[in-house]
Design a protein around this ligand. Structure first.
Ligand code: ADP
Ligand code: MG
Length: 729
């Protein structure tokens, strides 16, 4: 009997829900481990407090003297909460978070004067070894060293007994070595561009803040079961395993009652989130068995991105207490839905207006239409770059595979808004007659809020959908750091708004148009130009693939193909023009992502070869030997006529041999392809070779292994089965 699998099953089935302490009301505990406004007022001098506030709101620099006072206050606050260590907390290009803890504790060199210390220098800047993080050639061309620098716009927080200070991570020459730096630059770019445009409608607008509300999908698997699978352990997904008889076909999991063990996990997690100031709000079962979702109240984008990265870390840690493992992978199991991370995005003014929500007056609705149509134009112009921003080996299992959404980027806006755009398309060229103006105000622009109230038709297959007062970028993968897609989206919309402002101003100055007339004129042209990106139908269908090709939309089903757009002239131009990334920074990210792709496929190939040969084949042979013994015995008893009674056994024996051969031959062929791929000198060619020549063997090998799973005695099978992974609660 296969001991690991059965021991794991025994452990998993005997678990009870773990008790979770009830904390105080959420509104009371929220943010108590965050150095937020309340804590700052309490622990900082008013001068220090003002300096931090001004850095947060206007990006002003904090001078060194004040930094010392801020550090002092932060330390005092942290010590009241039992904190012993501090760390700069940053997001290197691995996509995850990094930390290195230092104790506050210090002594003189002779061991005297022990004391807890934390100064401005330690708060503001640290020097981790940049060479140990991916840098995609930045290190070769420039200096090796890098440093982390405090980001005052994202407040410090306490996790466990450590004070965590969110920081950027840059090289000594100023190139971004992380995901946060380009994001902050993109947020600045869109703030500037959008504020200029918002001033057409309200002179008082001084700042625009992009907002983000992510929805995180994930699977929970009992830790013993997860650990019994070498593929889950090393790749985060199952590389083989026959789909279980019951999957999600009965649709009985989605929004169903949450299993007790899981509910206690969620409550525990939510408590942690509350303390950390992550405003989680929604929890529910997702479509696949053992799949769940968690969503917060939306926040300013930089903070929301930090919170998502922090959350993913906290989720795994809290899961340990509940004997679960969280699978963030986009496709951990064949045959049931994968996971995504919807990024809900909008723009908010400092006057409290959501620019993607229709308002009450024709003026505010024209404002809404302006930002709405400019976003559509940006996505239309840069659809390939947006697709590239969500490309990864794991997300390839959703995009372009048989899973929503497709690899083609399109926008869903719903019937009502489609009609509005059609009407605007008819606006006259140049000056508008008074009648036309009145008609537009009353019958088109003025009707938008009423229309949107019943804009309930949701299209779940669209990768980028307008959902009433925000756009929802649904194609983002569940493992992704939101910073990458949010940097791209905010950059392209910033560029678009900048161009829009120039076009409108030109019409006002050169054609003597009124502001509204100029805006209508430009929007009309945009509507005409961008029709190809709007799609309301079924994103899964073959018909859409053909139609999209005719429309000239890209359809990159694999990462190496999709990533190429990152280093197109168009990409270099937009990122440099908007001061988000320079040439080197753009190129380095391309290289890092190709490398990551190669490594992921390489690891999967190795793990698959290993389990297919070391688990599946030996088990199959064991079972085959049992059958052979049986046939021999039958021959002893029945003599020459044994073949009649041993007929079925002999068929199975042959089948098993066939599948063993199928596995062995294909594992060999896959290894040969890996060797060939590894010998290529260009990283681009290597990525394509892994994608086109190595990866196709995964399905073939899996096919034979999964067939054997169906033949072999259940008691002998060593790998925990799908029904056990997915239905043990
Ligand atoms: P669903 O899309 O599942 O129907 P909701 O419409 O309630 O659910 O919102 C989903 C997510 O969108 C939530 O995380 C929410 O915080 C976020 N969201 C709502 N409004 C905005 C906004 N103006 N900007 C960014 N995110 C938003
Ligand atoms: Mg949603």
């Amino acid at each position: 009997m296969s001991s690991i699998r059965f021991e794991a099953l025994k452990a998993a089935s005997s678990r009870k829900p773990v008790h979770v302490e009830e904390l105080d009301k959420k509104s009371i505990i929220f943010g108590s481990n965050v150095f937020n406004d309340k804590a700052m007022r309490q622990f900082l001098t008013s001068e220090a407090y003002k300096a931090v506030k001004s850095a947060m709101d206007h990006g002003t620099k904090i001078d060194r003297k004040l930094a010392d006072y801020i550090a002092l206050g932060m330390k005092e606050w942290a010590l009241t909460k039992g904190v012993t260590h501090y760390t700069h907390w940053f997001q290197p290009l691995t996509g995850t978070t990094a930390e290195k803890h230092d104790a506050f504790f210090e002594t003189s060199f002779d061991g005297s004067d022990p004391v807890e210390k934390f100064g401005g220098t330690q708060l503001v800047q640290q020097e981790p070894d940049a060479s140990s993080f991916p840098n995609g050639g930045i290190r070769n061309t420039f200096e090796a060293r890098g440093y982390t620098a405090w980001d005052p716009t994202s407040p410090a927080f306490i996790y466990g007994t450590t004070l965590c200070i969110p920081t950027v991570f840059v090289s000594y020459t100023g190139e971004a070595l992380d995901n946060k730096t380009p994001l902050l630059r993109a947020l600045t770019a869109i703030d500037h561009a959008a504020t200029e445009v918002a001033k057409y409608f309200d002179k008082n607008v001084k700042k625009i803040t992009p907002t983000l509300g992510w929805e995180q999908e994930y699977f929970l698997v009992d830790v013993a079961l997860a650990n019994s699978r070498p593929d889950i352990l090393q790749t985060g997904r199952t590389l083989l395993g026959h789909v279980s008889a019951k999957g999600q076909q009965l649709e009985d999991h989605y929004f169903g009652s949450i299993p007790s063990r899981v509910l206690n996990y969620m409550r525990d997690l939510e408590n942690e989130c509350m303390l950390l100031g992550i405003p989680v709000k929604t929890r529910h079962n997702e479509v696949a068995p053992n799949q769940f979702e968690l969503a917060p109240i939306f926040e300013e984008t930089n903070l929301a991105v930090d919170h998502n990265s922090l959350l993913m870390d906290v989720m795994q840690k809290v899961a340990e207490r509940h004997d679960f493992k969280v699978l963030f992978h986009e496709k951990p199991f064949k045959g049931v839905n994968g996971s995504g991370k919807h990024n809900n995005w909008s723009l908010a003014t400092d006057t409290g207006i959501n620019l993607l929500a229709p308002g009450k007056t024709p003026n505010s609705n024209l404002q809404f239409l302006t930002f709405f149509i400019n976003t559509i134009k940006a996505v239309f112009t840069y659809e390939e770059l947006l697709r590239a921003s969500i490309a990864s080996a794991s997300n390839d299992h959703r995009l372009g595979a048989n899973e929503a959404p497709p690899a083609i980027i399109s926008i869903f806006i719903g019937q009502q808004l489609t009609k509005v755009l059609e009407e605007l398309e008819g606006v006259s060229q140049g000056k508008l007659s008074p009648e036309e103006k009145t008609d537009l105000k009353l019958n088109v622009v003025g009707k938008i809020p009423d229309l949107l109230l019943d804009n309930t038709d949701r299209n779940r297959t669209s990768p980028f959908a307008f959902t009433g007062n925000k756009f929802e970028f649904r194609a983002v993968g569940s493992t992704a750091n939101c910073a990458v897609s949010m940097t791209t989206l905010n950059t392209i919309v910033a560029k678009q708004l900048k161009d829009f402002k120039i076009e409108v101003d030109t019409l006002i100055e050169q054609k003597d148009l009124k502001k509204d007339e100029a805006i209508f004129n430009v929007l009309r042209e945009y509507i005409k130009q961008t029709k190809a990106i709007l799609f309301e139908g079924d994103g899964y269908s073959d018909a859409w693939e053909q139609e999209a090709a005719k429309r000239g939309l890209s359809n990159h089903k694999t990462t190496p193909g999709a990533l190429k757009a990152k280093v197109s002239q168009k990409a270099f131009d937009v990122f440099t023009e908007m001061n988000v990334m320079n040439h080197t920074e753009v190129e380095s990210r391309y290289e890092i992502e190709l490398e990551e792709y190669i490594k992921k496929i390489q690891i999967e190939g190795r793990v698959l070869g290993d389990i297919a040969r070391n688990h599946v084949i030996p088990t199959a042979i064991k079972y085959q030997n049992t059958l052979i013994e049986n046939v021999k015995g039958l021959k002893d008893i029945f003599g020459d006529s044994f073949e009649e009674v041993a007929k079925e056994q002999i068929i199975i024996i042959k089948k098993i041999s066939g599948h063993i051969e199928g596995i062995n031959a294909n594992v060999h062929a896959m290894i040969d392809e890996r060797k060939k791929a590894n010998s290529l000198s260009s990283i681009e060619e290597m990525a394509h070779a892994y994608c086109d020549n190595v990866k196709p063997y995964f399905d073939v090998i899996r096919y034979h292994a999964d067939k054997l799973e169906l033949e072999v005695d259940n008691e002998l099978w060593t790998l925990t089965k799908y029904r056990e992974l997915l239905f043990t609660k």
